[in-house]
Design a protein around this ligand. Structure first.
Ligand SMILES: C[S@@+](CC[C@H](N)C(=O)[O-])C[C@H]1O[C@@H](n2cnc3c(N)ncnc32)[C@H](O)[C@@H]1O
Length: 290
């Protein structure tokens, strides 16, 4: 993602000559979660209780965990697979309730935090955290009673990868097991083109002064939101370019994909069925049963 232009002028010409709109799925279409420095900076955001942008705040997670525990029919001894588990903020409390949890994520700082948190909470023996790309990870077949894929992460993959991930989750569940997938409600997605900029001394994009230039485009044909960020590191002239795609799905399409992946029943809940989350209205939660 780092283009190391020779100087600021190179960086500005690169921005000037950018393709508009940004090519879909350029560079993978995801944030650089697995870059160690980015991962360390992102961990601060996950743990920052003043906002819910990376992980929801603890009171909201508690409400979600109660809801998930009941809807997934979990009990002590249930085996749960948490795909894109982040720093373990769901996995560890689920283990605290007696579940045996496997969390998979490719963010090194997040996985490190999840392991430490599990030890600190005395549930290290009921948690296993795997640092891996979920697309490469091969779960043991039919080894789980439930799987969770929260906070919209299935949408950062193109359709064919999302379909493969759903099939993988189905294969990991025993018959009757349930998968929860949280996806943006397409009716609520911002479809207006926009652009913005800001400067900061340090933050998610770097620990030294940077200029962030961002733009968002809606690709109507593919029903995909595309954001492109240019991060200009002011002391060095180095520039990062990141394209983040969010594939949206109408409920019928997602339900069809889940059935094609091997799930018999699919229920959907708009706005988290009324749970008091700050952004509940943005989401549809699917529960698919094998
Ligand atoms: C918005 S965070 C949500 C984390 C967690 N589910 C939560 O709500 O606290 C998205 C997570 O997805 C992970 N992720 C994104 N793409 C991934 C991939 N291809 N393989 C593994 N993890 C991925 C990131 O590292 C990050 O931890």
């Amino acid at each position: 993602m780092n283009h190391e232009p020779k100087n600021l002028t190179d960086a500005l010409w690169r921005i000037y000559n950018r393709p508009d709109p940004p090519p879909l799925w350029q560079g993978g279409g995801n944030l650089p979660w697995n870059d160690p420095d980015f991962s360390a900076r992102m961990l601060r955001e996950h743990l920052d209780e003043s906002h819910g942008a990376a992980s929801r705040q603890s009171a909201e997670r508690a409400a979600q965990l109660d809801w998930l525990w009941e809807r997934l029919d979990l009990r002590p001894g249930s085996r749960v697979l948490d795909l894109t588990c982040g720093p373990g903020l769901y996995a560890v409390p689920l283990a605290g309730r007696g579940a045996d949890v496997t969390g998979v994520d490719f963010g090194p700082a997040s996985i490190g935090h999840a392991r430490q948190l599990a030890e600190r909470k005395g549930v290290g023996d009921r948690c296993r955290f795997v640092e891996a790309d979920v697309r490469d990870y091969e779960p043991e077949p039919e080894a789980y009673d439930a799987a969770i894929f929260l906070y919209g992460q299935l949408a950062v993959f193109p359709r064919h990868e999302a379909a493969a991930l759903l099939a993988k989750a189905a294969g990991a569940l025993q018959l009757g097991g349930r998968l929860v997938v949280e996806l943006l409600d397409p009716a609520r997605v911002d479809k207006k083109d926009s652009s913005w900029w800001y400067t900061d001394d340090s933050g998610l994009w770097g620990d030294r002064p940077f200029l962030h230039l961002g733009e968002r485009r809606w690709n109507a044909a593919e029903q995909t939101s595309v954001e492109r960020f240019y991060i200009l590191h002011l002391e060095t002239g180095a520039m990062d370019e990141i394209v983040l795609c969010d594939q949206t799905y109408e409920a019928e399409e997602m339900t069809g994909m889940m059935r094609a992946a091997g799930f018999r029943e699919v229920e959907s809940f708009t706005a988290w069925a009324g749970l008091p989350l700050y952004d509940a209205a943005e989401w549809i939660v699917y529960i698919a049963q094998r």
